[in-house]
Design a protein around this ligand. Structure first.
Ligand SMILES: *[C@@H]1O[C@H](CO)[C@@H](O)[C@H](O)[C@H]1NC(C)=O
Ligand SMILES: *[C@@H]1O[C@H](CO)[C@@H](O)[C@H](O)[C@H]1NC(C)=O
Ligand SMILES: *[C@@H]1O[C@H](CO)[C@@H](O)[C@H](O)[C@H]1NC(C)=O
Ligand SMILES: *[C@@H]1O[C@H](CO)[C@@H](O)[C@H](O)[C@H]1NC(C)=O
Ligand SMILES: *[C@@H]1O[C@H](CO)[C@@H](O)[C@H](O)[C@H]1NC(C)=O
Length: 211
């Protein structure tokens, strides 16, 4: 005496239902545990949690679009921007919703000037700086201590400085002006997702735009 076709169908339906149910609870479970955990790339690196997600540590669905960071081989926290480049994240202020970026190759000003006034989704750059790059013979550098250097463009004989363009720079001896650029600030704000939006009833990412 065998199992009839309709009995077989019933069994299959019950089995499928159980599998679906298990999958559903697995997903819900990981939302609750995995997304709340906090990771760091190094002892003094910024703690990473919602709305950010540390790649390969948090489950994929945890962070918001554009808030994915990873650890590089120097144990630095890095933010990958679509299209442009990678910035090191020095600091994340989850309450004021801002990050401070740096560059692991000591070329922050040059990097920021490549961004200029573009928007860096999902971050807002509330203002831009006009800066002038100066190429100065090293012999003249003693009087230029107040200016920021651009080490990655400098050479043993010539130091490159970045100066606010509104400053009068005509009379700096030993320097030639390279160019004026519109530079992004190193503090970037985000609106939308905050920590509390991961709580029950929160609206999670709440971003109107994608990427
Ligand atoms: C992104 O890259 C594409 C192709 O490489 C380029 O056409 C576009 O202008 C870039 N966008 C930005 C914002 O740099
Ligand atoms: C940025 O990184 C450079 C090294 O690349 C370091 O000397 C500097 O102190 C860092 N600045 C901040 C604000 O963390
Ligand atoms: C940003 O730069 C683009 C060209 O790169 C320019 O057309 C635009 O007016 C600038 N926006 C602001 C707010 O400076
Ligand atoms: C930057 O410089 C340009 C031209 O040199 C000027 O039109 C613009 O107003 C300046 N922007 C700021 C924010 O100072
Ligand atoms: C700075 O000026 C020196 C001398 O003119 C030149 O050799 C060097 O390439 C310049 N550096 C940059 C980054 O333009």
């Amino acid at each position: 005496m065998g199992i009839s076709n309709s009995e077989l169908q019933q069994m299959l339906i019950i089995i499928s239902f159980c599998v679906l149910l298990t999958t559903f609870f697995k997903v819900v479970g990981s939302t609750q545990s995995g997304c709340r955990s906090e990771f760091k790339c190094s002892h003094d690196g910024p703690p990473i949690h919602f709305p950010f997600r540390l790649k390969d540590r948090h489950p994929d669905h945890c962070g918001c679009p554009g808030f994915v960071v990873s650890c590089n081989d120097r144990h630095e926290t890095v933010l990958e921007l679509p299209n442009t480049s990678v910035f090191k994240v020095s600091f994340i202020d989850y309450d004021d919703q801002q990050i401070v970026v740096n560059d692991s190759d000591n070329c922050l000003l040059e990097r920021l000037s490549k961004i200029g006034n573009m928007s860096v989704s999902p971050f807002n750059l509330p203002y831009t700086n006009n800066i002038t790059f100066l190429n100065c013979s090293v012999a003249s550098t003693t009087s230029l201590d107040q200016y920021e250097t651009v080490p990655c463009l400098s050479s043993p004989s010539h130091q490159i400085y970045a100066v606010d363009s509104s400053q009068s720079i005509e009379f700096i001896l030993g320097c030639t002006k390279m160019y004026d650029v519109l530079s992004a600030p190193e503090t970037w704000h985000w609106t939308g997702p905050s920590r509390t939006e991961l709580e029950p009833g929160g609206k999670n990412c709440g971003l109107s735009k994608g990427t």
